[in-house]
Design a protein around this ligand. Structure first.
Ligand code: SF4
Length: 315
């Protein structure tokens, strides 16, 4: 259900897209809204280090803000620079990741920290290509660090951004599957020339998608671009294009079993025996699949004879 009145739906046009298509100027009202209303989050405060931005972006990829903040603060207190993390064994990173989920991210962060310490003199690179060359750093994270840590002018696109752009600019109720060849030029087409305003626009579109233009029940009455939103202007037509795939149910899934085996490994100071792992889940086939995938991902090491533990050894 859309929370909106349907008055004054005339688009306000004064920007041009990459193929010459006229786009409404959504940047100006969004930046003003963002500067007045944005949440006070640690990574938005002046002086927040680029290393902190990199850690926060990786943590935020699959985990909610409220769960990330305390873990991020603890992480940066323990490892204030990439080299501090690189000097610790990967098992410490996986333990400190705790219950943020998708613990491969902890290993990726450890590998990236090692590369930054060894190849970049312990300074997080600014260049998108240099960031992309770090192990485990994808296109979104590289762009987010260049923009949010260094203030450079690049489009940054996550799922919230894609939803806002699909609605406001394309008149569709939701985004289709991610497609960087389309998503990045579309976001680039709304960025102001000024670097600072461009960075604020990226953050503002993301914030709008997280707080106002949410997937269900967007709060259009509180939206700073309601007067130029194409989907609203069209009367909120149903989204009938291809949809992003839905996430599978967690309960009973292999992901849940992986998480339980990981918790067992994290909690133990010594290698965990197959019999102990057998206690965490009744279905042997699922358990074996979970353990095999953890071994494949480098999140566990060992065998049935010597037991299993986190990489880099148990504490
Ligand atoms: S962009 Fe604004 S007006 Fe358009 S659907 Fe989202 S919240 Fe509503």
């Amino acid at each position: 259900m859309v929370n909106a009145s349907r008055a004054s739906r005339q688009p306000v046009e004064n920007a041009t897209g990459p193929q010459g298509a006229t786009r409404p100027d959504i940047a100006t009202p969004l930046v003003a809204w963002f500067r007045a209303e944005a949440r006070d989050l640690p990574w938005r405060r002046p002086g927040f280090p680029a290393w902190g931005t990199l850690v926060s972006e990786i943590m935020l990829q699959q985990t909610q803000v409220a769960r990330v903040i305390p873990r991020l603060e603890a992480w940066l207190t323990r490892w204030p620079t990439p080299r501090d993390l690189a000097d610790s064994p990967p098992s410490d990173a996986v333990r400190a990741w705790d219950r943020l989920g998708y613990p491969r991210r902890a290993l990726a962060l450890h590998a990236a920290a090692t590369a930054i310490a060894e190849q970049h003199d312990n300074v997080v690179p600014r260049d998108v290509d240099a960031l992309l060359a770090l192990p485990g750093i994808g296109d979104y994270t590289a762009r987010a660090v260049a923009v949010f840590a260094y203030g450079d002018r690049h489009p940054v696109v996550d799922v919230n951004v894609r939803r806002v752009l699909a609605r406001a600019l394309l008149g569709q109720g939701g985004p289709g599957p991610a497609n960087a060849k389309q998503d990045l030029p579309l976001m680039a087409s709304v960025l102001p020339e000024d670097r600072e305003d461009a960075a604020a626009t990226n953050a503002a579109v993301m914030e709008l998608g997280a707080l106002v233009c949410v997937a269900r029940s967007p709060a259009c009455d509180a939206c700073p671009i309601a007067d130029r939103c194409a989907w609203r202007a069209a009367g909120y037509p149903e989204h009938d294009g291809p949809r992003a795939p839905k996430q599978a149910k967690f309960a009973g899934s292999d992901r849940q079993v992986r998480g339980l085996v990981m918790a067992e490994l994290r909690a133990s100071d010594v290698p965990v025996t197959p019999a102990e792992i057998a206690m965490v889940w009744p279905d042997a086939e699922q358990r074996d699949r979970a353990l095999a995938s953890l071994l494949r991902d480098g999140l566990a090491v060992g065998d049935d004879a010597s037991g299993y533990q986190l990489p880099g050894g148990a504490d």
